[in-house]
Design a protein around this ligand. Structure first.
Ligand code: F6P
Length: 357
């Protein structure tokens, strides 16, 4: 058996732990030959591959990023490098030339969308869900998320002490695209006074009122305010803050900068100074947390089991506290946002944390 592995979309901590597990399980349990495809699906067009064996995956468990490289702009069915042409036949021809019996695609919704299309044209695929955003349909957890939440939580802890010392309003912007999972969990873990999510359009007046009320409570647990805002959060009736629109990407919108948007409208309403920290890609970098290493390893093992049992066309998933799998077609191109009846939202309200409404 000859199996290819690739990592697609934005990187996140834990990718290497999956590559290691899938490789070792396929070698040890199936006697398979394993080939790494470099830079996501692009490697099938540029013919960039490398053999993966025990030596190649040694020492990578704790490494962030992906040893195979990744790409979040390459869809061979609509390849911008060739003016948007369908180059899938070229990719399939190369997969056949390599003699691949199947492919393990580790990625987010975009990668699953492309993987599903390759499955339809004859390349058997197993999917493994990754993203710091935790926003893939049909899986309650993706690896990378816990590591991102840890980075944001540590940042909130650090910013809290300086905000308190100076009596400032600190706005911390997280990633997460159209879902507020990172801001919600890290906001709670880091004790933010205000948590703003894309799912709950906020009122600037309500946020300003919280800051003013806390301004007035110097020496009484107040005097400063910590705001954790997801990049997709927006005021009611306003659009999201877009950092860039990329003409050469299947997912052209890049969010970012809502911390500055919010600062601009809050500052004139407040006596205290409003400062911003946009955490950006620090949330995607660095070593995976132990939780993410274990989850990634478990996902990798399950992916190898799906390959071993010939159950292609499925994506590994985490549901009701255990690993399972779902049809990739059910996940492709779909997102999972924070439901308005989620218990963490109720917990935040019970804490007295403002959701900006
Ligand atoms: O999907 C992961 C993610 O980090 C999002 O949270 C963020 O909006 C996006 O990727 C950033 O993408 P890029 O690295 O292309 O700017």
């Amino acid at each position: 058996m000859h199996i290819g592995i690739l990592t697609g979309g934005g990187d996140c901590p834990g990718l290497n732990a999956v590559i290691r597990m899938v490789t070792l399980a396929l070698i040890h349990q199936c006697g398979a030959r394993v080939t790494g495809i470099e830079r996501g699906f692009l490697g099938l067009l540029t013919r960039s591959v490398r053999p993966l064996d025990e030596h190649a995956v040694q020492g990578i468990l704790a490494q962030g990023g992906t040893i195979l490289g990744t790409h979040n702009k390459c869809d061979p069915f609509h390849y911008f490098g060739a003016g948007g042409a369908d180059c899938s036949a070229q990719a399939m021809a190369y997969a056949r030339e390599l003699g691949l019996d199947g492919l393990v695609a580790i990625g987010g919704d975009g990668t699953m969308f492309i993987a599903n299309r390759f499955g339809e044209i004859g390349l058997p695929v197993v999917g493994v869900p990754k993203t710091i955003d935790n926003d893939l349909a049909h899986t309650e957890r993706t690896f990378g998320f816990d590591s991102a939440v840890a980075v944001v939580t540590e940042s909130l802890d650090r910013l809290e002490t300086t905000a308190r010392s100076h009596g400032r309003v600190m706005i911390v912007e997280t990633m997460g695209r159209y879902a507020g999972w990172i801001a919600l969990e890290a906001g709670i873990a880091g004790g933010a006074h205000v948590i703003l999510l894309p799912e709950v359009p906020f009122s600037v007046d309500a946020v300003a009122a919280v800051c003013r009320e806390r301004e007035a409570r110097v020496g009484d647990g107040g005097g400063y305010t910590l705001i954790c805002v997801a990049e997709g959060a927006h005021a009611a009736g306003e659009g999201m803050t877009v950092r860039a629109t990329l003409a050469d990407s299947p997912d052209p919108v890049r969010l970012g900068g809502v911390c500055h948007t919010l600062q601009a409208v809050l500052q004139p309403r407040l006596a205290s100074e409003v400062r911003t920290t946009q955490l950006g890609h620090t949330q995607r970098g660095g070593t995976p947390t132990p939780f993410d290493r274990v989850l990634a390893t478990e996902f990798g093992y399950h992916a190898a089991e799906l390959v071993r049992s010939g159950r292609f066309g499925r994506m590994v998933a985490w549901q009701d506290g255990r690993v399972t799998s779902v049809p990739i077609a059910d996940v492709a191109g779909r997102n999972r946002t924070v439901p308005l009846d989620h218990t963490l939202l109720a917990a935040a309200r019970a804490l007295g944390t403002s959701l900006g409404i």
